[in-house]
Design a protein around this ligand. Structure first.
Ligand SMILES: [Zn+2]
Length: 121
């Protein structure tokens, strides 16, 4: 499954650096369903940073005017895939944390706190 998203897009780098700076030691490139952006194996926490456009953020997603059907279809497929990945991971005992790109950009501390809370639970 290809997505138009590199492995090192900016918001995910921002978030993982902030985690590292607060002492949380993540692992990259875990071989798990959906290829999480980074994981905390000891706590079985898998983190995804979801792009506002690609994953259909309720606050920022804007339907492109051109080829609207194509983009809507793409969004539906991305969302279905997100749900499937969530299920697969939780069945395997992982906690899934999905953070919106806008949260990383605007409320980085909150995003880190959310992940930290998952690592403690
Ligand atoms: Zn957003």
């Amino acid at each position: 499954m290809s997505r138009n998203r590199g492995r090192d897009t900016r918001p995910e780098v921002l978030l993982r650096k902030a985690c590292w700076a607060s002492g949380m030691r993540y692992v990259l490139n875990a071989r798990l369903p959906g290829r999480p952006d980074f994981v905390f194996p000891r706590h079985k926490v898998a983190v995804f940073v979801d792009g506002c456009f690609w994953h259909g953020c309720p606050d920022h997603y804007q339907q492109p005017a051109i080829r609207a059907d194509f983009w809507l279809d793409k969004l539906v497929r991305n969302r279905n895939r997100d749900e499937m990945v969530n299920c697969q991971l939780s069945e395997a005992g992982w906690h899934v944390v999905r953070v919106w790109e806008h949260t990383v950009r605007r409320e980085l501390g909150d995003a880190v706190a959310l992940i930290r809370a998952q690592c403690k639970s």
